[in-house]
Design a protein around this ligand. Structure first.
Ligand code: THG
Length: 367
């Protein structure tokens, strides 16, 4: 029996006690926090997300909060996506890049006020990054990690659950739009969002002492809908074509290579970090692109811990960056970061522990 201990360096989320009580069996590390992964029955957890409703402790999605007179200015300097039309109450998916145009994170930006923003980040240290850029530019902005932790409610039945808690106004929320409100004295923000394509919401808890209370309210409201605990799952997110920055990308990957080009606005101001490099990459044309792979064989392969070589006619043409059994496709599927010479319809070979597995290249998403 293996167990993991929450400490100041491996922080538990406010929902930690609640998920342990639910029977948490496996966890991962994300943003130096514990990310619950499974409650012992991954198949059941998968189908609950596809057909019903699932609740997830995604407190690891930390917020980097910008406030002050230069908050909007800094948000734009950090984002190669044009934010000039972003309204208060709106969220936007924003790839963040370094000065070389390399993708370093892919947060959702929430505009809470004209002078208040949250970057709801993926797994890399954007707090320090934002503080460094602001400091170097001499901007008047406060940058903190506030006491804010999302709880996701995902799946086709999620709207019924969230509407029964907050009211029918949640049904009108557009994708990534959100509203701040209160629930039995607990301050929260409710957003239509979440790392699945099965529909859903995230409830951003704004008081870390109320994690168990919020978990139990959602659990109780979800009972008539068959709610149960789950987590952002690799099978569903891979079928749906969602990107995991840091998993499907590394320190050499630019956003155009991993299907994020539509979120890059090349005409933003010259002081946006990375924009000069991104313009150059765009004009030269990216050398790799991300496509789907359907592997031969009908048996779920164990998960691998690193990228695997993809070959075509005896030559390496890319890397398989993730691979997982898809229950709906009855096949192992994965993402390939491939040379632009390789296209949907091509057959490739993947080296897996010394054996060669054939795979067909397809467009993303799979489903
Ligand atoms: N919710 C919140 N914060 C997060 C995540 C989240 N931070 C980390 C991580 N997830 C950020 N990454 C993503 C990646 C994709 C999406 C959301 C967050 C996503 N993409 C849709 C798609 O690709 O089809 C829609 C994007 C669009 O077109 O605007 O939803 O899950 N709070």
């Amino acid at each position: 029996m293996f167990s993991i201990f929450p400490t100041a360096r491996l922080r538990p989320s406010p929902f930690y006690n609640a998920v342990v009580k639910e029977g948490l069996k496996t966890a991962m590390v994300y943003n130096r926090m514990i990310l619950p992964a499974s409650f012992g029955n991954p198949e059941e957890e998968y189908w609950r997300l596809i057909n019903g409703v699932s609740m997830w402790d995604v407190g690891v999605e930390r917020q980097v909060q910008l406030t002050g007179v230069d908050a909007a200015k800094l948000a734009q300097i950090l984002s190669p996506r044009d934010l000039s039309k972003c309204k208060v109450g709106q969220g936007k998916y924003v790839p963040l890049c370094n000065h070389k145009g390399i993708l370093i994170n892919d947060p959702i930006l929430l505009k809470l006020d004209e002078n208040k923003f949250w970057f709801s980040i993926a797994d890399s240290d954007i707090l320090t990054w934002a503080q460094a850029i602001a400091g170097e530019k001499g901007l008047d902005v406060q940058i903190i990690e506030p006491d804010v932790s999302p709880l996701a409610v995902q799946g086709p039945k999620s709207e019924g659950v969230v509407a029964s808690i907050f009211g029918d106004w949640v049904r009108e929320l557009k994708y990534f739009w959100f509203k701040e409100t209160e629930l039995e004295g607990i301050p929260v923000a409710v957003q239509r969002s979440g790392w699945s394509k099965q529909g859903g919401f995230e409830i951003y808890l704004m008081d870390g002492s109320k994690g168990t209370k919020l978990w139990n309210i959602v659990k109780e409201a979800g009972k008539p809908y068959g709610i149960g605990p789950g987590s952002p799952g690799t099978p569903e997110r891979t079928e749906s074509g969602l990107l995991s920055v840091g998993g499907d990308s590394d320190y050499t990957t630019n956003p155009f290579e991993v299907r994020l080009g539509k979120y890059i606005d090349l005409q933003v101001a010259d002081d946006v970090v990375g924009i000069q490099a991104l313009r150059k990459i765009a004009s030269e044309g990216p050398k790799r692109h991300q496509l789907g792979l359907i592997l031969e064989g009908k048996i779920a392969d164990p998960l691998k811990f690193s990228w695997e070589d993809i070959n075509h006619m005896g030559k390496k043409v890319g890397d398989m960056t993730n691979c997982v059994w898809s229950p709906r496709m009855s096949a192992n599927i994965g993402y390939g970061l491939l040379s632009v010479n390789i296209n949907p319809g091509d057959l490739v070979e993947i080296e897996r522990d010394g054996t060669i597995v054939k795979a067909r290249v397809v467009d993303l998403p799979f489903i």
